[in-house]
Design a protein around this ligand. Structure first.
Ligand code: CMP
Length: 139
């Protein structure tokens, strides 16, 4: 059965462009409750660890460098069917393919600067939430 939590990051492009508020508004209006949230800046080391699963991919170095280039917002979100519904809300990884009205369609600039991250499975949502937040940091 699908769990009801997912993990997201508002990436450096969207944070830097001042789109954090607009993106959080879309997330809340889509019915997601914020369970934990922080603004932070990843070191290259931490960004590399977070995306370790992509270590062998050709885009890994660019991804790590981009994700450590500026502040981000990390959050755990709660809703029925959270992982799947959130991926629908954000749209395809490549903004050129993201459906109209999705967050990436509205705010993303490129496949790296794609505005937001959303967990791709319940298992990764748990791992990624634990990467950023202790139990005491969750409501
Ligand atoms: P994200 O959902 O954060 O997960 C991995 C990120 O790698 C992805 O969003 C993209 O920003 C980035 N990326 C860059 N190139 C690719 C690619 N060819 N396929 C998938 N992800 C890519």
């Amino acid at each position: 059965m699908a769990t009801n939590r997912t993990f997201t990051m508002i990436k450096p492009d969207a944070f830097g462009a001042g789109n954090t508020g607009a993106i959080l508004k879309m997330i809340q209006e889509a019915g997601f409750k914020i369970v934990a949230m922080k603004a932070t800046k990843l070191s290259a080391d931490l960004a590399g660890k977070f995306y370790e699963v992509h270590k062998e991919r050709p885009f890994y170095n660019d991804l790590v460098s981009f994700m450590s280039s500026g502040p981000i917002v990390a959050a755990i979100l709660e809703k029925d069917n959270a992982v799947e519904d959130f991926r629908k809300l954000i749209g395809a990884t490549n903004p050129a393919e993201a459906a109209e009205g999705t967050i990436r369609n509205m705010f993303a600039k490129s496949i790296d600067a794609n505005a937001v991250h959303g967990s791709d499975s319940d298992e990764n949502a748990e791992i990624e939430g634990n990467f950023f937040f202790s139990q005491a940091e969750r409501v």
